[in-house]
Design a protein around this ligand. Structure first.
Ligand SMILES: [Zn+2]
Length: 253
């Protein structure tokens, strides 16, 4: 049987309408606007990059940091999964943008160390409640608040973006930390979707100089630490990426 051009148009329309969002139809996917920005080059020549999907002026702005401690790599896999999904046409609600930072500690990642190349624990280096502590340990705060190029770069970026929410991936405690009161509703939702408990974790003693402490206090944004387990399989990576997208949609509601 010979098909006229008109009948092929009908077949294509049925396929697209029948499957809803036409993900997987390479010709029909409309990917979100995407841009990559270099936030800093680190002491050892590592690069901190933010990949943006969606408009800068979006009302809902979510920042995902895959890695802060160089010996906790699983969150980078979650960011890679998210990047692939969004590049392949995964839809976000209108007026929503997401920024993906695979690592904010490329030198630590290359060396497999918690700390950066100068031996500083970036999660003790932010100005909120900073105090010098842990010199010559893997939890050294650095010599002064915001002394490190990595934390300065993140603060400059976040100050400019004014995010709705910042998610910071770590390992290995398998929990969503809901230390900050104004982040608890979002944290409980995220934990449910991740299949992890949500609780106030904090630090051994009071927290000093953490990223989420600074985001909560300085930006009044949702600030959540996601502690993945020590061992993370590909199902866990997929589920984590899906949970981030679900939270983004929930925040945009
Ligand atoms: Zn960590």
């Amino acid at each position: 049987m010979k098909h006229s051009p008109g009948s092929w148009v009908k077949v294509c329309l049925i396929l697209i309408l029948g499957f809803g969002t036409p993900i997987g139809f390479s010709g029909a996917v409309i990917a979100l606007p995407q841009a990559t920005e270099v936030l800093a080059t680190t002491k050892q020549g590592g690069v901190i990059r933010a990949v943006q999907f969606g408009p800068t002026s979006a009302a809902t702005r979510v920042v995902v940091i895959g890695q802060m401690h160089g010996n906790e790599p699983a969150g980078r896999r979650v960011v890679r999964d998210l990047t692939t999904s969004l590049e392949n046409g995964e839809a976000l609600p209108a007026d929503t943008a997401i920024w993906l930072i695979s690592t904010m500690n490329p030198d630590g990642s290359a060396a497999g160390t918690r700390v950066n190349a100068l031996g500083v624990d970036l999660n003790r280096n932010f100005p909120q409640g900073w105090r010098e502590q842990g010199r010559a340990t893997a939890r050294w705060s650095g010599p002064s608040a915001g002394s490190e190029i990595e934390s300065l770069a993140l603060m400059g970026f976040l100050d400019r973006i004014q995010p709705t929410a910042v998610l910071s991936f770590h390992q290995p405690f398998a929990v969503v930390d809901i230390t900050h009161a104004s982040s608890r509703a979002a944290g409980r939702q995220l934990a449910t979707w991740l299949g992890l408990p949500a609780r106030v974790v904090g630090c051994p003693g009071p927290c000093h100089g953490t990223l989420t402490g600074w985001v909560d206090d300085h930006l009044s944004a949702i600030a959540l630490t996601v502690e993945l387990p020590a061992r993370v399989n590909s199902l866990r990576v997929d589920r984590s990426a899906a949970a981030v997208l679900r939270l983004t949609r929930w925040l945009a509601r």
